[in-house]
Every structure is written in C-alpha cells, then in structure tokens.
Design a protein around this ligand. Structure first.
Ligand code: DAU
Length: 345
C-alpha cells in the first residue's frame, strides 16, 4: 500500500516523529499534514522536513468540514492522530477533549466516507490509546489488556478517546468503511511536549527544579519508544485487517518511582529532587499491553524501547535540544504549569 496519506496532528510529538519515520522508510508514501497548531502542535518539530518533495503542511482544524473535504479527495489513506492528549488538562477542562477527539473524529470519518463521489478514501487508521481499557490492579501482575478487554475509560480524556474509538468501529460496521484502530501505551522520545512526565521531569531537573511525583509513585505504565509506535502504526496501516483493533506496547512496564529514579540516575541527581505531590484525580493504577495480536498477525514487535538505554538516549535529546524546550516552556505553558504545580522558576 502506498500513495498520498492525509495525516492529522503531524506537528505534535507522535505526529512529527511519524512524518520523519514515513519519509525516511517508505518512498511510496507522500504526506499531507493537517494540523491546527494548537498549544502542543509546533512547526519547529519539523523544520528539517520543510521543503521535502513528498511532504505538504496544511494549517487547519479537523472539526472544519470545509477544510477537511478537499484534502480527502487527494488522500489514498488517512492516519488520524490529532487529539487533545493530556489527562491532567482533561481534569481541568474536558470540553476541548470532546470537541477535538469526538467531533473532530466524526468530521473526519464523515468526510472520508463521502470523498471521491462516495467511494471513500482507501483506508482510515485511528490512533487510539490503551487508556480506553481503564486500569489494572497492581495486585494482579498476570493481567494485561488484550483487544478483547472491556472498555472502561476513567478520565475525561480517556472517555473522549473511547468515543472516537467506538465511532471508528461504528463507521466500519455501518458503512463498510476500511477502518483500523491502534491502541498504544505511553510513548517517550524526542519532541514530546513537556507537560508529559518524562520531558517534564528531565527539563525540571535541567533547570534545577524538583520533580512532582503524584501520590505514592507506584502507578505503572508500559513505555514504548515513539519510533516503535510509528513503525507499528505504519505496519497496521499497510497490513492490518479492516475492522480490527491492534494493541501496541513496549513490553516495558515501570512504576513511576522506578522511572523517576532511573531519570535521576541518568542525570546524576539525588532523591532529594523528588517532590511528592497530591495524586491525580482518578489516577489509573496500571496499564499493561498484551501485544500478542500484532506480533502474530503482522509480525511486529517493539525493538527500540529497551531500558535504560532508550530512556538515556531520550534524556540526552532534551539535554542537547535545550533551546527547543525552553521556547516550548515559555508563554502559555507557564500558566498551565503554575496552575498545576506552582510557579515555574
Ligand atoms: O497510555 C497512553 C497514554 O499515555 C496516552 O493516551 C496519553 O495521551 C498520554 O498523555 C499518556 O497518559 P499518562 O497520563 O499515562 O501520561 P503522563 O505523562 O501524564 O503521566 C505518566 C505517569 O506519570 C502517570 O502515572 C502520572 C505520573 N505523573 C505525571 C505527571 C505529569 C506524575 O507523577 N507527575 C506529573 O507531574
């Protein structure tokens, strides 16, 4: 499969890494990147790609049917990544999550269906999340999320992503659209917005500030390198079965305390830099992905997420690219940070 791909949210963390990954590894794909450049979308994430012959950027909103419709006419496939993605922000205000994640997805699905005189775009891939499954108990390390696990989202963010995920399922069933869904665990890597725990902690430490660890620090996440995620999404796009869901994980479960200690060690800092703070409301205890289906059916498994080397390389990227995150952390981000944690030094 190849041709023109309409990518939404290509200026975000995962999106910009995906653009780079596709252009480097798949000469058959061209990309149209539709991004509204909201707070986390950043053209600077793709300065090295500007002017690439197989890449075009369009500034626009996925909720705007008039923007989306003509782009669908050009597309052989859609990879829908654009989303409000930060759980803490959805606790402060859930409305933007419903608008982008639910209405945005519905707008894209309708436009994809109506494109080309009703023939539709070739394939629609929705990048969903493991948060649709809710939380696993720490006392049951044997349990993992499979694609058959019940959907039990716990945060407004997760509920909005679950709505999008179920809309994709419904459009496949009702309109026989060629739709595939991926559900990935926590990503790490370059260009991640510093509201997320790894870049937040690394950049705080570089500024000499403590790191705010929620609750008892025992919550567990399954960390996957963003390039593994990109490769898996591309694999599902090209080889996945229509109507199917594929989990993507890193086989890399870590408690937040373990993650924090490893970051401190990599950066040569001591435990006094940990600041225990009040827990996140409704904080999911554990996410763990069973990646058996994508491996069995499509032959994909993570190869770039190994700990602590992959984490150390990521820390190194933020150390080397200080001017990138200093610009990102200035402006509106300071207000968010102050509201969440107290003033940023
Ligand atoms: O599992 C996939 C999901 O991973 C994605 O769908 C989300 O878009 C993405 O934001 C991420 O969700 P998390 O809530 O797990 O990521 P976050 O980086 O916000 O937090 C990771 C863990 O670190 C979580 O248990 C909360 C904890 N944490 C986070 C922050 C921001 C802290 O202890 N302190 C913090 O300041």
């Amino acid at each position: 499969m190849s041709g023109t791909m309409l990518l939404t949210g290509g200026c975000g963390f995962i999106g910009s890494n995906f653009v780079r990954f596709v252009l480097a590894n798949r000469p058959g794909w061209s990309i149209i990147n539709l991004d509204s450049l909201s707070y986390s979308g950043n053209l600077e994430n793709l300065t090295d790609i500007e002017g690439h012959p197989r890449y075009r950027f369009v500034k626009g909103d996925i909720c705007d049917a008039d923007t989306v419709a003509p782009l669908m006419e050009e597309a052989d496939a859609v990879v829908h990544m654009a989303a409000e993605s930060h759980v803490d922000r959805s606790i402060l205000d859930s409305r933007p999550f419903i608008v982008s994640n639910v209405l945005g997805t519905q707008t894209l699905l309708d436009a994809a269906r109506r494109a080309k005189g009703g023939a539709g775009v070739g394939r629609f891939l929705l990048v969903s999340t493991d948060e649709v499954y809710g939380s696993l108990p720490l006392e049951r390390p044997d349990l993992r999320f499979t694609e058959e696990s019940p959907l039990r989202p716990n945060s407004p963010y997760a509920a909005s992503k679950t709505s999008a995920d179920l809309l994709a399922r419904a459009y496949h069933h009702t309109f026989s659209m060629d739709i595939v869904v991926t559900r990935c665990s926590n990503n790490f890597g370059p260009y991640q917005f510093p509201e997320k725990v790894i870049p937040l902690f690394v950049t705080n430490l570089m500024d000499g500030a403590q790191v705010p660890l929620y609750g008892d620090g025992k919550n567990v996440r399954d960390w996957v390198h963003v390039d593994d995620h990109c490769e898996a999404v591309l694999t599902v796009l090209e080889k996945g079965r229509a109507g199917e869901v594929y989990n993507i994980g890193g086989n890399n479960e870590r408690s937040n305390l373990e993650l924090t200690r490893t970051i401190l060690e990599i950066m040569g800092k001591g435990p006094e830099m940990i600041r225990p703070v009040a827990d996140r409301l409704g904080h999911d205890r554990r996410y763990a992905i069973d990646g058996g289906k994508i491996e069995r059916e499509l032959g994909w498994r993570p190869t770039r997420s190994r700990w602590p080397g992959a984490l150390a390389a990521t820390v190194d990227w933020y150390v080397t690219n200080r001017s990138w995150w200093e610009r990102v952390r200035s402006g509106a981000y300071r207000e968010y940070y102050a509201r969440q944690y107290g003033a940023l030094s």
